[in-house]
Ligand binder design. Structure first.
Ligand SMILES: [Zn+2]
Length: 208
């Protein structure tokens, strides 16, 4: 399948994990395939997660066409931030502490993502408000980084898992009642592993 046509999937249960999952997919054909193949794919991802409206997407794509170098730089930045988020959650899923270099990278993205934060008064309390520049090419990154920070500082962090298929890098928050979810998608990796185990059993049965 053409990587540029490969649909995004949202199985992470968290915005930042869904962003991390824009690399890889169902093994074996797309283990390390990057689904963010160009800037317009990044905008499309933002649209599919409702971070960007159709109108805003038009503005961004026009701007990217006018300044492809800037758009390419944002794509590179997106990939760098994504890899830091991915590596951090990969080790968090194993109960290990992340690398200092990844935390440095993440924290500098977080400083940007939280610049201009405000507290607003609501009917029943206070809420964070994040200013968004509708014309900024990288506007989809700030909510991703903030969602990673929120997940890392919440109790849900302990339920972050990597898909049990050894070749699948996808991450998700296991919100099932018994916290025994193993697969990114039962119909995907889960199914593949079941078929493999079945074949292995058949083989041992027929072996003399
Ligand atoms: Zn998987």
């Amino acid at each position: 399948m053409d990587a540029t046509q490969q649909a995004f999937e949202f199985i992470g249960g968290n915005l930042s994990l869904d962003f991390a999952n824009t690399v890889g997919g169902l093994p074996p054909e797309s283990i390390s395939q990057d689904r963010l193949t160009n800037y317009s794919r990044l905008v499309l991802w933002g649209q599919q997660t409702n971070l960007i409206s159709e109108y805003e997407a038009h503005i961004l794509l026009d701007k990217a066409e006018d300044d492809p170098t800037a758009a390419e730089a944002v794509l590179e930045q997106a990939r760098t931030v994504r890899e830091a988020i991915r590596r951090i959650f990969m080790v968090v899923a194993q109960g290990v502490q992340p690398d200092e270099s990844d935390m440095e990278l993440f924290n500098s993205a977080l400083a940007q993502a939280t610049a201009g934060a405000q507290l607003i008064v609501t009917a029943d309390g206070f809420e964070w408000e994040w200013r968004k520049d509708a014309e900024a090419l990288d506007q989809m990154l700030a909510p991703v980084v903030r969602s990673a920070a929120t997940l890392l500082t919440s109790g849900e962090r302990q339920f972050v898992r990597k898909c049990a298929h050894e070749l699948c890098p996808w991450l998700f928050v296991d919100t099932t009642k018994n916290h025994r979810r193993q697969w990114c998608r039962t119909a995907g990796c889960g199914n593949m592993m079941r078929v493999r185990k079945h074949r292995e059993r058949q083989r041992t049965k027929t072996e003399p």
